[in-house]
Write a protein that binds this ligand. Sequence first.
Ligand SMILES: *Cc1c(COP(=O)(O)O)cnc(C)c1O
Length: 379
Amino acid sequence: MTETALPRVRAEIDLAALRANVRTLRAHAPGAAFMAVVKADGYGHGMVPSARAALDAGATWVGTATPEEALALRAAGVGGRVMCWLWTPGGPWREAIEADVDVSVSGMWALREALAAARAAGRTARVQLKADTGLGRNGCMPADWPELIAAALRAEAEGLLSVTGLWSHFACADEPGHPSIAAQLGVFRDMVAYAEDQGIRPEVRHIANSPAALTLPEAHFDLVRPGIAMYGVSPSPEIGVPQDFGLRPVMTVAASLAHVKHAPAGHGVSYGHHYTTPGETTLGLVPAGYGDGIPRHASGAGPVLVDGKWRTAAGRIAMDQFVVDLGGDEPPVGSEAILFGPGDRGEPTADDWARVAGTIAYEIVTRIGARVPRVYLNE
Ligand SMILES: *Cc1c(COP(=O)(O)O)cnc(C)c1O
């Protein structure tokens, strides 16, 4: 019994699907290098296994938000080019430079810190300059670009840094036809042209996230940086479902029913009694809750496949558990309850959870918590 028992809850990560998704995305952007974005623990899929699988499938770059993530990749022995972009003052610039990480710089303060670290390390820093072409988040504004470019060229002449990339990020690439897309592309081309006229010779120019990699060939430049699509999740329902692009969801979250019991009509279920059994029925206890990253906003709505049928979270999703009304069925305790997966066994998808929780599928997969063991398939 114990040999075959399923864990309380688990996240199966199909690395064959991840590798196939990388190959599919590369075919969508045949002229461009591929940076696998693995920030936030690989969008919940596990940062190091996701990076390794992507490199196996032809990615040559790995991207993270924070320098700590980049350093963790190197500490795990992940090779290839690694880039990180979310810096704060006093960050581990020297460690990143010594670990051969490409560091992104959006302004003069960051350039100064990178240069000081390069001097201290006695190494040439690989620096990518980020332009704000209209996202309004990180990145150097066009008005400040000449100062940043001039300072970078002076540092290059001193041998302190090499500008390896010029790059930017889209605001609305997941909304096909949004006027900001063409506007950002225009600003990006101008900012790249200015830097190159001044003498910058970047290895890579890049702006394409998943939706741009999938739908905007004119945005591919030298490199594409997909995150969510690599995990087989569509950037937005507006663009399509994963199958439209030949992508397959990588993560399946499933639990083992912790209890199955009969209940009479009128029995209140879970905190607040937001659900009351409409008649005599059976209730199944799903041992996963918001402490595992299952969104409480999906209370009363989150779908689960049990014994071939879709059931719905009855009442509140609690920290560790929620209940489904099994409508009189009596699956044995320990039966598998699939919260979401690729969908081909009839189970819900991360998109289904996103819809009922009022969020995006990115958040559904990324928030699956540390308490949920990852089980790697097809390593
Ligand atoms: C997260 C991120 C990406 C990947 O975005 P997706 O929409 O998941 O493809 C690419 N570039 C940057 C700068 C990011 O922060």
